[in-house]
Design a protein around this ligand. Structure first.
Ligand code: SF4
Length: 274
C-alpha cells in the first residue's frame, strides 16, 4: 500500500520536483517541448479540478478527488463546445499575429480529455479552428485510452494527427496498483483498443521506490503487450513533477535506456525523456 500525501506535504516530500498548476481555462502556454516543438495546451476539462478515469500514483495533477471521477463528474462543469470554439477562435489568431504559432496543439490539461461529454464535437471544433488559423499545427492528445474502445471516441481520436496513449504495465495487477483505474479495467481490452488506433504512440511511465515497475518480471509482459499493439514509437518517462503518492523515486536514465533498448530489440523505436 502506497500512502498518499495531502497537497501541503507533496512539495516537501519531493523537494527537487516542481508542482503542476491545474488549469483555470481552455488554452495554456505555448511552451517549448522536446517532443512536440512549441506546444499549446488545450484543456477540455473542468477548470481548477482534476477529472480522470484513473488515479495514477505519479499523476502531476494530484489525486483524482471524488468529484473528478467519471461517476461523479458534473457534465455542467465541462466547457461547452461553444465555449471551446470561442476560445479557439479568439486565441489561435492572436498567437499567429504575435508570431507564436504553435507546432502542436496538445489535448491534455486537467486530466483525461476523452471524458468531455461531447468529445467528438469538441475535437471537430478544434480541427475547424486549427484549419482556419493555424493550418500547420498538428493536433495531438495525451490519453489513458480508457474510452478508446468506444466507437465514437475511437473515431474522434482517429481524426487527430497524433495519439499518445498510456501503457504503464503489461499485467493487470501492476496497472491496478500504479494507475488505479476507477472503472473496471481489462488489460486485454485495453491492449486491443490501443492496437486499433494505429498509428499510435505509446507513453509509458516508470517509477521506483514504494512501487517499482522496472524489474524484468514486469517489463517482459509489458514488452509482449507492445508487440501486440505495434506502436510507431514508445516514449519512456519517469518522475519530473511532484506526485501525490508517498515514497516514489525517479528511475535513473540509464535504467530507462536499458528498457528502451529492449523495446528497440523488438523492432519498435523508443525514446527516453528523463
Ligand atoms: S491517466 Fe493521466 S491524468 Fe489520469 S491519473 Fe493518470 S497521469 Fe493523471
Amino acid at each position: 500500500m502506497v500512502l498518499g500525501l495531502d497537497i501541503d506535504a507533496r512539495q516537501a516530500a519531493y523537494p527537487g520536483l516542481h508542482l503542476f498548476d491545474l488549469k483555470d481555462g481552455i488554452l495554456y502556454g505555448p511552451i517549448p517541448s522536446r517532443r512536440l516543438g512549441l506546444s499549446l495546451g488545450i484543456n477540455f476539462l473542468p477548470y481548477g479540478n482534476k477529472t480522470c478515469s484513473w488515479d495514477c500514483l505519479y499523476c502531476q495533477c494530484g489525486w483524482t478527488g471524488k468529484e473528478g471521477s467519471p461517476a461523479a463528474a458534473d457534465p455542467a462543469r465541462f466547457p461547452t463546445v461553444a465555449e471551446l470554439s470561442a476560445a479557439f477562435e479568439e486565441g489561435f489568431p492572436a498567437l499567429a499575429k504575435a508570431g507564436q504559432s504553435p507546432d502542436t496543439l496538445t489535448l491534455s490539461g486537467n486530466g483525461e480529455p476523452t471524458l468531455h461529454p461531447r468529445f467528438g464535437e469538441a475535437v471537430d471544433a478544434l480541427i475547424r479552428s486549427r484549419d482556419r488559423h493555424l493550418p500547420k499545427a498538428k493536433i495531438s492528445i495525451l490519453s489513458n485510452a480508457e474510452r478508446a474502445a468506444e466507437p465514437e471516441v475511437r473515431a474522434a481520436l482517429m481524426r487527430l494527427d497524433a495519439r499518445c496513449m498510456k501503457l504503464d504495465a503489461g499485467d493487470a495487477a501492476t496497472t491496478e496498483r500504479l494507475d488505479r483505474p476507477l472503472t473496471p479495467f481489462d488489460l486485454d481490452r485495453h491492449v486491443a483498443a490501443l492496437a486499433a488506433l494505429r498509428p499510435v504512440l505509446i507513453q509509458s511511465f516508470f517509477v521506483a521506490g514504494a512501487l517499482d515497475n522496472t524489474g524484468p518480471g514486469l517489463v517482459a509482459p509489458w514488452l509482449d503487450c507492445l508487440g501486440k499493439i505495434a506502436p510507431e514509437e514508445v516514449h519512456l518517462y519517469s518522475l519530473d513533477r511532484v506526485p501525490p503518492a508517498k515514497g516514489l523515486q525517479a528511475v535513473p536514465k540509464a535504467v530507462l535506456e536499458g528498457i528502451a533498448g529492449r523495446v528497440r530489440a523488438r523492432g519498435i523505436p523508443a525514446r527516453v525523456f528523463a
